[in-house]
Design a binder for this molecule. Structure first.
Ligand code: GRG
Length: 282
């Protein structure tokens, strides 16, 4: 993934160098690559070619990096630490960070449209459609808008779940489906099981993120711990309490594994990733 991203993001020696530097700074050399691994694991299940998966995973990681850069800006979460180093706007400046996020978002769609990812171009168009929906106002960006509006408010559990299904869950779910659509080895029913899996791990990811924000330390997380409480943000731990939030993460893990049952050993990597998402410490 690292090699593919290093090749696909414009080099620092090419003008405008500062913008390219900022894009590379925020995308390379850090991050768990969970979304990329989900693309690869779902693609492997569908018998997809490795190069297709590299491109799809690079697009997903570019979108993810853009979301983190923008989320850290002073007008949003105003954070100074990301992936164990200064956030993009601290290392560069706000305008460069804004543009680096914008350019990474455009790069993602350029990759998805420039490379052959499906045998039938209509299928590839549907893939771009599902992915853009996951990133936009009815997906990640919409979830972020709800999140910003929720500061200091008491959300109900269904409202919190809705926000996170959009903000964090949509991109994770789309990563699984995008990887699966790069191959030709799956039937329509298989996509429903994978979608269920993606929805469960997407939500589990956020529940665990809330738990780590409460229990983790900044050095291990590579980002500022305890930010949600300090910012009076509603979270799974603030609404449910730590023990119930942990039970919810386990329940979601069980549901994710259940969704994979029909694939038997072929979905081993997806099953391992679900375990990792719930058991991770950062
Ligand atoms: C600015 C449009 C826009 C959206 C931002 C996803 C998001 C919406 C903001 C990220 C803020 C955040 C910390 C959300 C919690 C869940 C999350 C996405 C955590 C970061 O993902 P990891 O842990 O990061 O996979 P790494 O660094 O490992 O890639």
């Amino acid at each position: 993934m690292e090699t593919a991203l290093a090749e696909l993001i414009p080099a620092s020696r090419i003008a405008p160098a500062r913008l390219h530097d900022a894009m590379r700074y925020s995308t390379l050399g850090g991050g768990k690559r969970v979304r990329a691994m989900l693309v690869f694991a779902a693609g492997e299940l569908a018998g997809a070619e490795a190069r297709r998966l590299e491109i799809a995973a690079a697009a997903v990681e570019a979108i993810h990096a853009y979301s983190l850069i923008h989320d850290d800006l002073p007008c949003m979460d105003d954070d100074v630490l990301r992936r164990g180093k200064p956030t993009c706007h601290v290392e560069f400046d706000e305008a460069t960070a804004l543009l680096a996020g914008d350019a990474l978002q455009s790069l993602a769609f350029q990759l998805l449209s420039e490379h052959g990812l499906a045998d039938d171009p209509r299928e590839q168009l549907r893939m771009i459609q599902l992915f853009s929906a996951a990133c936009g106002a009815r997906g990640m960006a919409g979830g972020q808008a709800i999140d910003l509006d929720a500061v200091g408010k008491a959300l109900t559990l269904p409202e919190l779940e809705h926000m996170h299904i959009l903000k964090t869950g949509a991109l994770i779910r789309a990563s699984v489906l995008l990887g699966a659509h790069c191959g030709t080895g799956l039937a329509a029913g298989d996509f429903e099981h994978l979608d269920r899996y993606g929805k469960c791990v997407g939500l589990a990811f956020q529940v665990v993120d809330d738990i780590l924000d409460e229990e983790g330390d900044s050095a291990t997380l590579g980002k500022t711990a305890g930010k949600d409480r300090a910012a009076s943000k509603p979270t799974y731990t603030s609404i449910l309490g730590l023990p119930a939030a942990k039970r919810l993460a386990s329940d979601l893990l069980a549901q994710a594994q259940e969704a994979l049952a029909g694939f038997q050993d072929r979905s081993r990597r997806l099953a391992e990733l679900a375990d990792f998402i719930v058991q991770r410490r950062r």
